[in-house]
Design a binder for this molecule. Structure first.
Ligand code: MN
Ligand code: MN
Length: 384
């Protein structure tokens, strides 16, 4: 079997007659024959959700990519979850903050805030929620069910070790429960002996039927947000929508961008001065090269359902390698989205100083650098 690629001049080949998985080879051309610029040993910065354990229950399923699956990703862990219509993720809480993006369908979330005020909202496609650490919440699939990606601000988080309401009842003696609620002990005879985690419930009616009259009114800032309502940064190569604590006030430890790169476009060369980047690929296919200093660089191929990661401050770019829109989320354990664009940095640097570093022409410096925010650009030769 032969795999080859050409970039610019010359063709490189990798030939093997040994044990192969041609389907994986086809999906990872930049792993099987890496660009010549790749160099040195790098950790895996990719993990497909298809290789994660599916926790299937009545009412839905979940699967996670944590630091266990992708050891480099110690800042953020991600859970992909599906709820059937009426499927419920049990009332629970955890030590980490939870941020979510609704991929398909819709769900009703409930929470109480730090002052004990109830919050109930329906989250549609493109909607977000953010529950601070320790805030109890639940999620329920509406009439068409729901599929979403959850991220937690700790790479070692596991969705399988949360505080569940039924589990606490199961691990509290009946006499204590009786004293706590002021009811006879028999009240608790038919309670479960552990957590529910997920179960099939009823599809709820319109939100107005479930809301106490003063719901949400007392909540200082909502736990939900619509990312599709954010005015995108539009460029020739695509769009980027940003949500962080500047527009989604609750989201104090997760900042995010939804990026769409058109065919022939590139998420330009950049890095983030504040945090590592955790990615989830929603649609299309692309490749990312990560520059790790000391001459190290490696290229990874991604497609929908993949998680990706960029360790803190490493330079990177993402190319759309398909013929459809590449759509992905980038998340940071931070209160705000920050990035340093290579082009923007160079545009602000004295030309003389630049020329002392790199053999650049005046035309390059004057006409091919940008000083505005332009996260997605074209990479064909006549674009800029
Ligand atoms: Mn949760
Ligand atoms: Mn980035």
């Amino acid at each position: 079997m032969k795999n080859c690629r050409s970039r610019g001049e010359g063709t490189r080949e990798a030939t093997s007659g040994g044990a192969r998985n041609p389907e994986l080879d086809r999906q990872n051309p930049d792993t099987i024959v890496s660009p010549e610029t790749d160099h040195g040993t790098m950790p895996s910065l990719k993990f497909p959700y298809e290789l994660s354990h599916m926790r299937i229950q009545e009412g839905g399923w979940s699967r996670e990519v944590t630091a266990r699956e992708m050891p480099a990703s110690d800042t953020i862990a991600g859970v992909n979850m599906h709820l059937e219509p009426g499927g419920v993720r049990e009332l629970h809480w955890h030590k980490e903050a939870e941020w979510a993006f609704m991929i398909k369908g819709s769900a009703r979330v409930t929470a109480i805030d730090q002052e004990g005020q109830i919050f109930v909202d329906d989250v549609e496609e493109g909607g977000l929620w953010y529950f601070p650490p320790g805030i109890p919440h639940s999620i329920k699939g509406l009439e068409h069910g729901a599929e979403f990606i959850l991220v937690f601000d700790d790479g070692y988080f596991s969705e399988n070790s949360t505080f569940s309401i039924a589990d606490w009842f199961a691990h509290t003696p009946k006499d204590v429960l009786a004293a706590n609620f002021g009811v006879p002990e028999e009240t608790f005879d038919n309670f479960l002996d552990g957590e529910l985690y997920m179960f099939q419930g009823e599809v709820p009616g319109p939100i107005i039927q479930e809301l106490p009259e003063d719901a949400n009114r007392g909540v200082q800032s909502p736990f939900t947000f619509s990312l599709y309502d954010v005015e995108p940064v539009k460029t020739k190569g695509g769009t980027a929508r940003i949500a962080d604590s500047s527009n989604f006030k609750q989201s104090k430890t997760v900042a995010a961008a939804l990026v769409e790169v058109e065919p022939g476009g590139i998420r330009e060369m950049h890095w983030h001065p504040n945090q590592a980047e955790w990615q989830f690929y929603l649609e299309g296919q692309g490749r990312m090269t990560v520059f790790a200093a000391t001459g190290k660089a490696r290229t990874y191929d991604y497609r929908e359902g993949d998680a990706g990661y960029v360790p803190f401050a490493m330079g990177h770019y993402i190319q759309n390698t398909g013929d459809t829109t590449l759509k992905f989320l980038e998340m940071f354990r931070s209160d705000r989205f920050e990035e340093i664009s290579l082009s923007r940095w160079m545009s602000q640097t004295p030309p003389k100083l630049l020329k002392e570093h790199l053999p650049l022409s005046d035309d390059f410096i004057n006409n091919h650098l940008h000083s505005d925010q332009r996260p997605v650009v074209k990479w064909d030769q006549d674009g800029q």
